[in-house]
Design a protein around this ligand. Structure first.
Ligand SMILES: NC(=O)c1ccc[n+]([C@@H]2O[C@H](COP(=O)([O-])OP(=O)(O)OC[C@H]3O[C@@H](n4cnc5c(N)ncnc54)[C@H](O)[C@@H]3O)[C@@H](O)[C@H]2O)c1
Length: 419
């Protein structure tokens, strides 16, 4: 049996891509090394917020199946790698999953197959890391026997405006013909494609997009810390500056950056630049500022409790929203963790509420969860709004009369203090 597409890595990127492709009539299967992910999907359960169970059911009825057996790769016309590119224990880029997946694909590679890397990584990954593994595992030659493409994923979990279909997709190939095959493939289910000059330009474009966010978030975070010191209302500053119809893109301060991409991707860029003897000074400065934010939130919380005559040791602090962005359940690299760590270290009794997060560990210790924020607000000495999930009704939060530290600029009232 053959299928148009096999996606390797069925996570936040791979699953929405599959859902969109299958919806457009592409026949597909998914391969993942996680037995839990595979059995969940085959039982109709999605583990990705943006793909509801109903979409998995539709995919399944269109013939989709997930498997932990790599033999499925040999059935594909096109294989797309959507595996993680995180950091190793010492904080360096970790291409272990990309290398492993490339080997798995290479061992099953057939002539004329199209292989696409979508994982975010530094320029050169497709041609210097993936290509040699595919060639040595298969004995075939890239660009002649099979096609090799890099097309960075741009998914924005929780974004209700833009999805896989209507987010323009950058496509690049190791040869012009490879790129052409890439365009033909993605053109089946994505509205707008952007051809880049080569794979390095496409890899760099993805890193630029996320680094742009990282640096600008650092800028507003530093502005927020300065404004607090100078007695200036940063949220009003942002409101005013944001009215300029050109030349200003608004970013908002917060308790720090989180997720699998924004805090991680600049490290890929910095590491690669260092190898060439280039020092990215804006990245180093941005990392320092963003890393300071959770500590700033803890200091603000301690200061507010002191003002109320309640020492932080023993104070009951409720954290509202511990995921790294609104309306997702993902807690990877979330700044809520260092905030909780800092408050616990100061002796506070910390609990959290988050509608999507079941179980939140801080240094191997499970933080107690509350199911009703309203009830918890009644007994808390301080609540810290870390994530502005849609379920948090400002009127009800403020109406609780609990002292609130709002790190998102969402609330107003006598009992509210802003970051
Ligand atoms: N999550 C996002 O918002 C986002 C957005 C744009 C780009 N990206 C990039 O896309 C890539 C994937 O990210 P993600 O968030 O989907 O990761 P994820 O952790 O949600 O999913 C990755 C999946 O790959 C599987 N996997 C790991 N190694 C494997 C292997 N060798 N073979 C087969 N499966 C394997 C894992 O079990 C997991 O299910 C990363 O490079 C990431 O930086 C992510």
């Amino acid at each position: 049996m053959s299928v148009d597409l096999v996606v390797v890595g069925l996570g936040y990127v791979g699953l929405p891509l599959l859902a969109r492709a299958v919806e457009s009539g592409v026949t597909a299967a998914g391969f993942d090394i996680s037995a839990e992910v595979v059995s969940g999907l085959n039982a109709g359960r999605s583990h990705v917020t943006d793909v509801p169970d109903s979409a998995v059911a539709e995919m399944t009825s269109a013939g989709f199946r997930a498997t932990a057996d790599p033999a499925v790769i040999a059935e594909a016309e096109t294989v797309v790698l959507c595996v993680p590119t995180g950091l190793s224990a010492d904080g360096a880029p970790d291409l272990g999953a990309v290398r492993c997946a490339a080997r798995t694909v290479g061992e099953r590679l057939r002539r004329h197959m199209l292989v696409v890397l979508e994982s975010t990584s530094y320029p050169g990954t497709t041609e210097e890391v993936v290509l040699p593994i595919l060639e040595s595992a298969s004995g075939l030659t890239a660009g002649e026997d099979f096609h090799l493409v890099y097309s960075p994923e741009r998914i924005d979990p929780g974004n209700e405006r833009f999805g896989v279909r209507d987010t323009p997709k950058i496509v690049s190939g190791i040869t012009p013909l490879c790129a052409k095959f890439g365009v033909a493939f993605y053109g089946r289910f994505i509205d707008s494609l952007v051809l880049s000059r080569g794979t390095r330009e496409a890899e760099m474009a993805k890193l630029l997009e996320n680094t742009y966010r990282y640096v600008n978030i650092a800028l507003v975070n530093e502005v927020a810390m300065f404004c607090h010191r100078a007695g200036i209302d940063v949220w009003d500053v942002l409101h005013c500056a944001g009215t300029k119809p050109f030349g200003f893109a608004p970013f908002h301060p917060g308790p720090g950056v989180g997720g699998h991409c924004i805090p991680v991707d600049p490290i890929y860029l910095e590491t690669m630049a260092e190898r060439t003897g280039f020092s990215f000074r804006t990245l180093a400065a941005s990392r320092e500022v963003n890393a300071r934010m959770p500590g700033h939130v803890v200091e603000r919380a301690e200061g507010l409790l002191r003002e109320r005559g309640a020492p932080v040791a023993g104070a009951r602090v409720l954290l509202l929203g511990v995921s790294y962005k609104p309306d997702v359940a993902d807690t990877r690299e979330t700044p809520a963790r260092p905030v909780a760590r800092g408050l616990l270290a100061a002796g506070a009794q910390v609990v959290y509420h988050d509608p999507g997060v079941v179980g939140f560990e801080v240094d191997g210790r499970e933080l107690p969860a509350v199911s009703s924020p309203e009830e918890a607000l009644r007994s808390a000495d301080l609540a810290v709004l870390l994530q502005d999930h849609a379920c948090y009704d400002p009127v009800r939060l403020v109406g609780s009369r609990c002292l609130l530290l709002d790190t998102r600029g969402e609330l107003s009232g006598e009992n509210v203090r802003h970051l």
